[in-house]
Design a protein around this ligand. Structure first.
Ligand SMILES: *Cc1c(COP(=O)(O)O)cnc(C)c1O
Length: 290
């Protein structure tokens, strides 16, 4: 199975070439940042495993990518969560609908999800992937991403490069900086403030060189803002690329404010996630009548 070498596109923005690493096109059924992070679970043998178990929110990109992983591997996929709203269950598009279409079985928990997971008696044919496990094993897939970036930069003789992506947990940015010491990785905090992001990095590995943070002091995670919508529309119209509506509008908004400060050629990592766009679009429509 080909699961490497996502293409690199480019477009012109304020007189600069911006390169875009299209991890959203990594593989037809398994793509984006979460697929990179889960590559370990795709590539390792796991000979005894028949069932994948995970848990968390029901709009998450990770949940959807786990469903794609299970489908590719022919594993059952059981996802523990609190009961989604009827509106969420009735959606025919989005991460939840997509994951269910991939065969995900929901196991509804009334309360104390964490305790329920801690109490699970796992058979030896069952693999539990926690959010945290996806962060720790992410190194494997991010190393591959770094190797692709390096070979592209060599091919086009870029001795300097600014690699940018918006951060959630920050694991991708941290490991990318580790595997690309010759380049600068820039990121912005989409979840929590800059201190939260630094704490996340220390928790993963306090010894690694930290990426550069372009601070987001305004936008709360997955919260619609009129100017984020406008930025999203602007970038779509120029690039002809569909980005995600949770991380990328913040990413582009903050990056555009710092273009003058970054002299290196910019490579933006497209982390996929468009599967969740229909549900975000509905929220934008509802709030701003866009
Ligand atoms: C998960 C994700 C990110 C952020 O990745 P982290 O490693 O959690 O920082 C960015 N963009 C998209 C679309 C994602 O799904």
């Amino acid at each position: 199975m080909k699961f490497v070498d996502s293409p690199i596109d480019h477009f012109e923005y304020f007189g600069r070439q911006i390169y875009v690493k299209r991890d959203d096109l990594l593989h037809p059924e398994f793509s984006g940042n979460k697929a990179r992070k889960l590559a370990y679970f795709l590539m390792e043998e796991f000979a005894e495993i028949t069932t994948l178990v995970s848990y968390g929110g029901t709009q998450s990109n990770l949940m959807y990518s786990l469903s794609a992983l299970a489908k590719l591997r022919g594993w059952q996929f059981i996802y523990y969560c609190y009961k989604p709203s009827q509106i969420a269950l009735d959606q025919i598009v989005g991460n939840l609908a997509g994951a269910i279409a991939n065969g995900m079985q929901l196991s509804i928990v009334e309360h104390n999800l964490d305790q329920r997971i801690a109490d699970l008696q796992l058979a030896k044919d069952t693999l539990l992937v926690k959010q945290g496990a996806a962060e720790e094993t992410a190194r494997f897939g991010i190393m591959q991403l770094a190797a692709e970036i390096r070979s592209w930069a060599r091919q086009f003789s870029y001795a300097r490069l600014a690699v940018f992506l918006p951060s959630g947990t920050g694991a991708t940015a941290l490991y990318l900086q580790y595997y690309l010491p010759e380049f600068i990785v820039y990121t912005t905090n989409c979840v929590g403030d800059t201190d939260y992001l630094k704490q996340q990095w220390d928790r993963l590995d306090a010894n690694l060189t930290k990426p550069q943070i372009l601070a987001n002091t305004k936008y709360r995670f997955a919260t619609p803002h009129r100017e984020l919508w406008d930025k999203y529309q602007e970038i779509s119209a120029i690039s002809y690329i569909e980005f995600d509506l949770v991380y990328d509008p913040v990413g582009w908004q903050i990056l555009s404010q710092h273009l003058q400060d970054i002299s290196e050629p910019i490579l933006y990592i497209h982390c996929g996630g468009q599967m969740g766009n229909p549900t975000m679009k509905q929220r934008y429509k509802y709030q701003f009548k866009v």
